[in-house]
Design a protein around this ligand. Structure first.
Ligand SMILES: Cc1cc2nc3c(=O)[nH]c(=O)nc-3n(C[C@H](O)[C@H](O)[C@H](O)COP(=O)(O)O)c2cc1C
Length: 205
């Protein structure tokens, strides 16, 4: 698939078919992470690929299972109606979109700076870099006909995954990724329209 086509097709997929993804395909998709730009040249990201259903469930067991549309309605910070509709679709699926996937992919980033208390922007470079690699994975999955979702770990979710998967303390999970073949009728959220003529500036703001 051509790159721009993959970019245009890439969407968050939270409903999956039962299809298994061959290991060599998963490997090709995850390997694409390592062609991403990296702030310090090291690309010392680890990726854990879990296809064992029980292990997937254990690793994401910290993700809330009881979120509902009401949870979204109580989120005072959402005012835009398109955004609210998209949260109503996404939030109740946070757990299922991971355990119903063909695999859960967990990127791991070495904490070299205190990214929760940065002194300057460059303290966040390692976090920015791993997100470049995550986008590669997402686009590669799309180009192979699969779909991905991402969930940012909240509260104890990372600690629970660490206890199950045994990765070192100095590695952080930027997100959980669910990957699989989109189910027929998989619900995609409506996109907010972006007026490129207003957002892209030529010469001056
Ligand atoms: C940094 C980041 C964090 C996100 N966190 C979540 C999340 O925790 N749960 C979720 O379901 N989607 C999450 N998403 C996906 C967005 O909701 C989604 O990309 C957005 O609604 C646009 O929809 P699209 O991906 O289908 O184009 C996240 C995306 C990004 C880039």
């Amino acid at each position: 698939m051509e790159l721009y086509e993959a970019m245009n097709l890439r969407r968050s997929i939270r409903d999956f078919s039962d299809e298994v993804i061959p290991k060599e395909t998963l490997k090709r998709i995850v390997a694409s992470a390592y062609t991403a730009p990296a702030n310090d040249h090291f690309r010392d990201w680890h990726y854990i690929v879990i296809t064992d259903r029980e292990l997937m469930k254990a690793a994401v067991n910290g993700v809330p299972k009881d979120l509902t549309e009401k949870t979204v309605d109580d989120m005072a910070f959402i005012s835009d109606p398109v955004q609210k509709d998209s949260y109503r679709i996404a939030v109740p699926k946070q757990y299922r979109m991971l355990i119903d996937a063909a695999a859960v992919i967990i990127p791991l980033m070495k904490k070299k700076t205190d990214i929760l208390n940065p002194e300057n922007l460059s303290d966040l470079n390692c976090y920015a870099s791993i997100w470049c690699s995550i986008e590669n994975v997402w686009l590669s999955a799309t180009s192979e006909g699969y779909g991905c979702n991402v969930r940012i770990p909240w509260g104890d979710e990372e600690k629970i995954a660490r206890n199950v998967l045994g990765f070192p303390e100095d590695y952080l999970i930027p997100c959980f990724i669910g990957i699989g073949r989109p189910a027929e009728g998989a619900v995609k959220t409506k996109q907010l329209a972006v007026d490129l003529d207003k957002m892209i500036h030529w010469q001056m703001f």
